[in-house]
Write a protein that binds this ligand. Structure first.
Ligand code: 7PM
Length: 277
């Protein structure tokens, strides 16, 4: 279970891994001066790799609550040149943060190693595209859709509901021909959850880890950190690290973050302490 092949590159998921976030939405680049957005993306990628990232997560669709959806063509134009340029220059696993079948298919051809879908392959055609691509998939739980997900925050038991959803998506993947040893699970911090729901889910990371799938956690700089600390987005690093450390000790192994170096160092210490008798 612990070694997973990401499009030609094998990673031991008994060890902690950092996934660096690379946003290629237009608002993440000022695009003035001498660098264009592709140069900036490559520069940031190189920095995150030198800081110890195992994955670079390339996302072109803003899933921000209330964000306007973009067209398939626009998402392709944003994501594919970046995937291709990274694979030409760096030896790293490129993860594509997408729900769009054609983006999955084309990214896989360009050398991407992981499909990271916040909609857990629910979009029409996505499960077949992912099965065809043959890559590992991260299945994330979201309640509702990005536009409306923070409007209806009612669960009977958030842990049971998220777990049942993810297990149902695992079953759907297996029916579509995606073997369970290619699946990674993610409870989806902030996607249709209140602060209390997020904290409860994080305190039950061990329940997800015990299901026998690698667990990925994405909480870096999110609103829940800001709500606990009363901190603006640029002041959420220490809170993000504490929350990620808690999930590491409960068995999470992939950490999707903006701040690669601090997390790599934190996880190195967590790991060294844990493996000592
Ligand atoms: C605006 C709102 C921009 C929300 C970006 C976001 C996750 C993810 C995202 C996650 C996995 C963010 C999110 N979050 N993929 N993609 N898990 N697997 O805050 O938690 O980064 S986008």
């Amino acid at each position: 279970m612990s070694v997973m092949n990401f499009g030609g590159r094998s990673l031991d998921l008994s060890l902690p891994h950092v996934m660096g976030i690379l946003n290629v939405t237009p608002d993440s680049f000022s695009d003035g001066g001498s660098y264009n957005s592709l140069d900036l993306a490559l520069q940031q990628t190189g920095k995150m790799i030198s800081e110890g990232a195992s994955f670079i997560d390339v996302g072109g669709e803003s899933t921000r609550p209330g964000a306007t959806p973009i067209s398939v063509q626009e998402e392709m134009d944003r994501v594919l040149p970046v995937v291709e340029a990274i694979k030409q220059r760096f030896d790293v696993v490129v993860s594509v943060d997408t729900s769009t079948p054609s983006v999955m298919t084309c990214s896989a051809r360009l050398g991407a190693g992981l499909i990271n879908d916040v909609r857990a392959l629910e979009r029409e055609g996505a499960i077949d595209a992912a099965a065809q691509a043959g890559l590992p998939v991260c299945l994330m739980h979201m309640k509702g859709s990005p536009g409306t997900m923070q409007n209806d925050l009612v669960y009977d038991s958030v842990v049971d509901e998220v777990a049942a959803y993810l297990m149902a998506r695992v079953a759907a993947c297996e029916v579509a021909g995606i073997h369970r040893d290619k699946l990674i699970l993610d409870p989806g911090v902030g996607f249709g959850k209140s602060l209390e729901h997020n904290l409860t889910l994080l305190n039950h990371t061990v329940d997800f880890a015990r299901k026998g799938f690698p667990v990925l956690i994405g909480l870096s700089r999110k609103t829940m950190i800001g709500d606990v600390l009363g901190a603006s987005v640029e002041n959420r690093l220490y809170g993000s690290m504490g929350a990620n450390a808690s999930t590491y000790s409960q068995g999470a192994r992939i950490f999707r973050v903006h701040d690669v170096k601090p997390h790599v160092e934190m996880l190195e210490l967590m790991y060294r302490i844990e493996r000592e008798s």
